[in-house]
Design a protein around this ligand. Structure first.
Ligand code: FES
Length: 511
């Protein structure tokens, strides 16, 4: 992200430096379980399996906890905005109960790990609240409180909160938690190593051949043979079951800064109003707390991404209006995948997959979801019965029917780009039109090129075709990145992958 004067990127990554990265494997490797992805889902799964005595290797394309997990707001809660009333209508009361059970089990698991391993990760117990300011939405909140209570959560409807502005109503669930996600995951990775597991950073997995064993190809030039493979890459990089048709990427912005500790809210808040606003605070320096405000979500690569700076300004203005003593210090963006039926996809990678698993579609609740996925997949690998398995099973029957409009809407969005992106652009700027920091799709030698001019005036040109499935990327000026509207892959101006599902960089072009 472009940083304004004095504003930095992810606070979590900045305050938990990773030291020297671990290296890719120096030769071909054979392990029992290979986990692709070193975020919360991947490391939690790897740790659960290592704890049970399995031989595990984690393969991470970048640094562990540096992707979505390092950019989250780090709320650990089973209250996911307004999910329970929706679930009891779409999955029945039992489905809602299983959801609450499984997410609560994840929070308990994290608490146990923090206590057992004595992890210093600023763990704080807090209540989670979903609130509205519009009185017309109070009925919806009352229904959510009732559904969450029915599902087994200690939920109540309240009209007073500690927020410094009035709310019309809120669902409040006690016994939830917040923490520093990168400190937690680094400690978990350390314990994984102590248990004989291995973490390879800078190792992008580029191919998967299923079999007994499965064989992974990597960009480090080595192959990894594994009996079991877990794809925990946020958006799945391998997708024989076309899960991409049931996942929509969503990008969200975060503004953080210090406030007086006496004015900082101690519980965690979210409202679906105003394009979502989420608020929490974290310990910071003496007498201060870090306030994190999240919101202004948008589809990466979609029309309108040019206004990310505007969205950031709107979010910062909202935050300083509500918390006048806020001094912004950091801003960053995060990316989530929403499943079309709102339930994550965790379990076998495809209907014929006996040794491959996936964890994705956490819809912005990846901390409890990722830890839950670790518990669930570890049990599935060992052939145990798990009560929640059916709820999260990516092969779940009837989901397309249940997903209905949401599924069709996402397909229409992707189809529009598959077709529309192949038509010539209406405007035809030239590289001379680009100011420093600008980017545009230009036609060069009959090819569509993604061209960016950096601050020193140098042009960087790459193919504008996303290497995942060929949609046309668009430029996010605020973050200086090329983004794909179809499934959310993101690339640096020089074509490097910032975020999958693409596993190959954009090809270089001459301008
Ligand atoms: Fe799928 Fe670009 S991310 S086509």
């Amino acid at each position: 992200m472009n940083t304004e004067q004095g504003l930095r990127g992810s606070y979590w990554i900045e305050t938990a430096p990773g030291g020297e990265p671990t290296l890719p494997p120096c030769g071909d490797l054979a392990v029992e379980v290979a986990v692709i992805g070193g975020g919360v889902a991947g490391l939690s799964t790897a740790w659960e399996l290592a704890r049970r005595g399995h031989e595990v290797a984690v393969l991470e394309a970048d640094r562990i906890a540096a992707g979505v997990t390092g950019h989250t707001t780090a709320k650990l809660t089973a209250l996911h905005t307004l999910v329970y009333d929706h679930l009891r209508r779409t999955r029945g009361r039992e489905g809602a109960r299983l959801y609450a059970d499984s997410q609560s089990a994840a929070i308990r698991r994290a608490a146990e790990i923090v206590a057992d391993l004595e992890i210093e990760c600023e763990w704080e117990q807090a209540a989670a609240c979903t609130y509205v300011e519009n009185p017309q939405r109070v009925t919806q909140l009352r229904a959510e409180a009732e559904a969450a209570r029915e599902a087994g959560l200690p939920a109540e409807f309240v009209t007073e909160t500690e927020l410094p502005y009035p709310v019309a109503g809120a669902v409040r669930v006690t016994g939830q938690a917040q923490f520093h996600p990168v400190k937690y995951l680094r400690a978990l990775a350390g314990d994984l190593r102590r248990r004989g597991g291995t973490v390879y950073e800078g190792t992008r997995v580029t191919g998967l051949t299923e079999g007994e064993p499965c064989v992974l190809a990597t960009d480090a030039g080595v192959s990894v043979r594994a009996r079991e493979v877990i794809v925990a890459t946020h958006y799945p990089v391998f997708d024989r079951a076309l899960l991409s048709t049931r996942l929509s990427p969503r990008r969200e912005l975060v503004v953080a800064g210090t406030v007086d500790a006496n004015t900082a809210p101690r519980d965690m808040y979210i409202t679906p109003e105003q394009n979502t606003r989420s608020v929490r605070s974290a310990p910071c320096t003496d007498g201060k707390r870090l306030l994190l405000v999240t919101g202004e979500h948008f589809t990466p690569g979609a029309p309108g991404i040019a206004d990310v700076e505007e969205r950031l300004a709107r979010l910062a203005a909202w935050a300083t209006d509500r918390f006048p003593d806020l001094t912004p210090t950091h801003r960053w963006a995060t990316q989530d995948n929403d499943s079309t039926d709102t339930v994550p996809l965790v379990g076998p990678l495809h209907p014929g997959g006996h040794h491959t698993y996936v964890a994705t579609g956490f819809g912005g609740w990846g901390l409890s979801g990722g830890i839950m996925a670790g518990l669930l997949i570890a049990d599935l690998v060992e052939g145990r019965e798990v009560a929640w398995a059916g709820l999260y099973d990516p092969r779940r029957l009837g989901s397309v029917v249940r997903e209905g409009m949401s599924f069709l809407k996402h397909q229409a969005h992707v189809a529009k780009h598959f077709v529309g992106d192949r038509l010539p652009p209406v405007t035809a700027p030239t590289s001379g039109d680009l100011a420093p920091g600008d980017g545009a799709i230009l036609r060069v030698g009959g090819h569509q090129c993604a061209v960016q001019r950096d601050d020193s005036g140098q042009l960087h040109a790459v193919s504008a075709r996303c290497t995942h499935l060929g949609c046309l990327v668009a430029f996010n000026h605020a973050e200086q990145a090329w983004e794909c509207p179809c499934h959310g892959s993101r690339f640096a101006p020089d074509g490097r992958i910032l975020q999958g599902p693409a596993v190959r960089p954009l090809e270089k072009r001459e301008v």
